[in-house]
Design a protein around this ligand. Structure first.
Ligand code: HEM
Ligand code: HEM
Length: 180
């Protein structure tokens, strides 16, 4: 934990990793929505899809130290303090977000591995496929689950952002300032 004036806030490492993750998730969503604009088989389409994979894998790398810090250190207190239900709702949303940051990239990576597809960027293999007998049907089912979770989390992330704005502009507490 560090402090704004005398007020405790999240440590710099936790703040940087939070906003870095936000940008990476944004990039992953942007890439997956934009790659279909380009013709099948084109290099630009393949590279935008690779950006989706790489942004997602970077999210996975960041979530591990984040979880470690989360459990080693306490949360900076919110001023004025929250009621029991608002506190519980916040904790539940954060747990769901952490689960998403862990499970979603793993499902994406498993989709590619089971389908026997490597991750390539500009023709360079960054992550080879380690599976000798690809199972396209299973890969497709995992991809569908990955897609469904991706759609659900548009809403959960939206709720999280609305909550942050409500704390700052509605309730006028220091929840958001602790993360800036
Ligand atoms: C936070 C990380 C991630 C998010 C939010 C995310 C989200 C999504 C979403 C929303 C889709 C579209 C599904 C659809 O339209 O049905 C998708 C597709 C996909 N994602 Fe991810 N994903 C992430 C990470 C990854 C990673 C790390 C990989 C692989 C290394 C991956 C592989 C895929 C694949 C193969 C598809 C299907 C693409 C296609 O239609 O050909 N994703 N992802
Ligand atoms: C992809 C988007 C985002 C994800 C996945 C995400 C994830 C998370 C997670 C997991 C936490 C819990 C941190 C911890 O306790 O260790 C958190 C906290 C927080 N996030 Fe986000 N976040 C996202 C975007 C945003 C945005 C855009 C804002 C601001 C508008 C924001 C504001 C906050 C604030 C203020 C906290 C601290 C909440 C508290 O301590 O009660 N987040 N976020």
């Amino acid at each position: 934990m560090s402090a704004i004036g005398s007020r405790p806030r999240y440590a710099a490492s936790r703040r940087w990793m939070h906003w870095g993750t936000f940008l990476l998730v944004l990039l992953a969503y942007l890439a997956i929505n934009v790659f279909t604009w380009f013709p099948r088989g084109s290099a630009v389409r393949a590279n935008i899809l690779a950006a989706h994979f790489l942004a997602g894998l970077a999210v996975l790398l960041l979530v591990l130290p984040r979880l470690m810090l989360r459990y080693r250190h306490s949360q900076p207190p919110v001023m004025p303090p929250l009621g029991r239900w608002a506190d519980l709702l916040g904790k539940t949303t954060h747990a769901a977000l952490y689960a998403f940051l862990l499970v979603q990239p793993l499902l994406g990576a498993i989709t590619l591995q089971v389908g026997g597809k490597p991750v390539r960027l500009f023709g360079l293999t960054l992550l080879p496929s380690f599976v000798s007998h690809p199972d396209r049907a299973l890969s497709h089912r995992i991809e569908e689950l990955h897609g469904t979770i991706g759609t659900i989390f548009y809403w959960v992330i939206g709720l999280h952002i609305l909550a942050a704005l409500w704390h700052h502009f509605g309730r006028r507490d220091d929840t958001l300032q602790r993360m800036l």
